[in-house]
Design a protein around this ligand. Sequence first.
Ligand code: PXG
Length: 292
Amino acid sequence: MSRKIWLDGQIVDEADAKISVFDHGILYGDGIFEGIRFYEGRVFRLNEHIERLFLSAKALLLKMPWSFDEVCEATLEAIRANGLRDGYIRLVVTRGVGDLGLNPYLCPKPSMFIIASGITLYPEEFYEKGLEVVTCSTRRPTPASLSPQVKSLNYLNNVMAKIEALKAGAKEGLMLNEQGYVAECTGDNVFIVKKGEVVTPPVSDGSLDGITRQVIFDLCADLGIPIREASLTRYDIYTADESFLTGTAAETIPLVKLDEREVGDGKPGPVSLKLIEAFRHLVRSEGTEIGL
Ligand code: PXG
């Protein structure tokens, strides 16, 4: 079945959802995106995602031609147009059509499109058995070049790291910052569990301030599990009792092996499993009604 796409205020068929080759999103990766999930007819943490989108836009001096409420409504409309109750949304804003040459001021109006679709990043067995991860030599760029908080259309560092991981036979790659501290994986935040305590690197070590990451802080508070931020090295993951990754696409998934070292006993640990269960319950018990 052909998907319906929200494109600059109109719902169009997938085959007709086209943007110009002169769009600076294509020419220079000049644009931003969000990935959002909806479960059982409700969009999970919609406001947080749209807030992050507006912050990314602000950082790039990209003036959104739609208000916060309009973007939220457009997101819901894109889902409704496809009659979906469960799935994934890719919301993209580009700088818009301009001339050749970097100058963004020659692009009069940004473009926005919204794809609502299904997504399966990893087969279910990986949520039960856990993922094997390798460290990539591609580093997460320093905030001195582009802040990792900007969810930009420039994901080449992460794509390079993902290629390294896949070539090494792993599903995910661990990315370090320039100092060699753990930043994140190519599309997920990283956590460890040590002596009953959950630890994740501060976002200043080079990770995106993930919305699923924040959910883990909320769930730990609810469940009475201690959690804190601390810089991590690979050694900390090798010697942790447990580890897991979080992201909108991946959700919460155990990391059971890093660079051939088993984390803990190489099986998803009890704290990770408890958080995965609580996460799955939470995403199905709150959210913005799609209104189908
Ligand atoms: N780090 C990076 C670099 C990301 O891109 C996360 C962490 C997790 O953040 P959230 O807010 O989602 O918990 C992301 C988000 C994909 C895909 O296609 C990846 C993300 C989002 C949407 C799709 O792999 N990663």
